[in-house]
Design a protein around this ligand. Structure first.
Ligand code: SF4
Length: 460
């Protein structure tokens, strides 16, 4: 995050808050065992391990059902690669005593959850997000639902914020997981202002209209919806920045509500609560409340308390109580040969299993962001932002040493650093890293053998 390798997030604040307040949270990532683990995977391993060190319940899984269904790998190939991924993860510092490792095909609870979540997913969504069509096989579709279950698996016992480190291309997938999590919830909690329901894009304008009530309300107490509609119609200057359609929609709804008071409240919609849970929620809401068919309005609760209450009642009555999963987004490493780093182009990446000397050679042969001549480089400086070798420093070789990474950047951009020496330094560091990593992988074999992770599939 400090070096902007992780450059974005969705709803990470709830994870950060849990971390700060010493509350439970989780981190999870899945690995599709389609080839050797390489330095691009290391970045994700590091993200999981770092969160574990900050107190997360950490999960790493082998996405073997997906590898088989979506990529067509045989079970033998999957078995071989799975072991390699897990050894590297352990060698890099994953604490298996404290964390959870599993493979999809051997996790019955996960598959049961996937089945339940499948009831909330629509084929049309898969069409839109993954391009599925009538030719897509059913196992492939099932593997997508299984991934949704992976993302929510850390919350199967207890609700908690969960972070999934992914590349930005995975965002649609995260959005679907968040939607599906929400669809399983017993109650939907929203802010409301009258019996009429306002949409998400209408609510800010209604809130602003309520806040300005002194300018138009006739008498004390809450203004009437009709008064608010008349005031808005005269264009009081607060509609700027809102879409014309939104303004027209708000005015119409307020108009229809007529003499009804405009008054903020929290609304609990009954999504799929059991009768007992709905009754329990009514009992639990303190202060003024009104109960309707299918929803409850509470007038003395803030949004956060209301969310917590809805969650507690749901969990008490046998619901999942899933908190929407969060994500953080990392950059993709550039391939050593320029272009994309790809498992299928050996020269483009450094495998964590590469012989250290081969790792050295690959770095020496990498393309750079340097100028055509040393003279020009001294004069204009190099282009570290376009240099795969600089990425190696920033993502891996500088470790925790930010100053070192910054120094390489500054020296390069300032023309003091030339590519020959820079690559030699990086190549030596890479050779050392691989030698050390592989020694740790050997030590991790014993740990892995003692773990309850099925490495040999019984499938054919
Ligand atoms: S000096 Fe180093 S960081 Fe700069 S362009 Fe050359 S190889 Fe890349």
């Amino acid at each position: 995050m400090r070096r902007a390798i992780i450059f974005g997030h969705r709803d990470y604040r709830r994870v950060a808050d849990a971390m700060r307040n010493d509350e439970p949270f989780a981190a999870l990532s899945g690995f599709m065992p389609t080839g050797d683990p390489h330095i691009g995977h290391k970045m994700v391993f590091d993200e999981i391990i770092w969160h574990q060190q900050q107190g997360a319940d950490a999960y790493a899984l082998i996405a073997d059902l997906e590898a088989h269904a979506a990529r067509g790998l045989t079970w033998d190939e999957i078995d071989d690669h799975s072991e390699d991924y897990l050894l590297s993860l352990l060698a890099l510092g994953f604490d298996a005593d404290d964390g959870t490792l599993y493979r999809q095909s051997a996790n019955r609870e996960l598959q049961d959850l996937a089945f339940e979540l499948g009831a909330e997913a629509r084929f049309s969504e898969f069409e839109a997000i993954y391009g599925f069509d009538g030719e897509t096989d059913v196992s492939h579709m099932q593997s997508v639902v299984t991934q949704m279950a992976d993302i929510l698996y850390p919350q199967l016992e207890d609700s908690k914020p969960t972070v999934i480190p992914v590349g930005p291309d995975q965002d649609p997938h995260m959005r679907l997981a968040r939607d599906i999590a929400e669809r399983t919830r017993y109650f939907k909690v929203t802010e409301a202002y009258a019996s009429v329901a306002f949409d998400d894009d209408e609510r800010p304008l209604v809130a602003a209209t309520y806040e300005a009530r002194e300018q138009y309300a006739d008498g004390e107490g809450a203004p009437r919806c009709g008064e608010a509609a008349d005031w808005l119609r005269d264009d009081p200057g607060i509609t700027g920045g809102h879409d014309d359609e939104v303004v027209a929609g708000v005015v119409e709804k307020l108009d229809n509500a007529g003499m009804e008071p405009l008054r903020p409240r929290i609304r609990f919609f009954d999504r799929q609560a059991t009768e007992a849970a709905f009754e329990a929620l009514i009992d639990e809401i303190r202060g003024e409340k009104r109960v309707f068919e299918g929803h409850i309005d509470a007038f003395e609760l803030d949004r956060e308390t209301a969310e917590d209450l809805a969650l507690a009642v749901e969990v008490d009555h046998g619901g999942y109580g899933f908190v929407p999963p969060s994500s953080i987004y990392h950059r993709f490493m550039t391939g050593l040969t320029g272009g994309k780093m790809s498992s299928s182009i050996p020269a483009s990446h450094i495998s964590l299993l590469d012989d250290p000397e081969d790792g050295y050679d690959k770095v020496k042969a990498a393309t750079t962001g340097g100028r055509e001549t040393a003279e020009k480089q001294r004069e204009l400086g190099g282009e570290p932002d376009k240099c795969p070798v600089y990425e190696l420093y920033a993502y891996l070789l500088a470790g925790d040493d930010d100053e070192f990474a910054q120094r390489v950047y500054d020296e390069c951009a300032g023309g003091e650093r030339l590519c020959g020496g820079c690559k030699e330094e990086a190549a030596e560091l890479m050779e050392g890293f691989l030698a050390d990593h592989q020694e740790k992988r050997d030590e991790a074999r014993e740990v892995l053998a003692d773990l309850d992770v099925q490495l040999d599939s019984e499938r054919v």
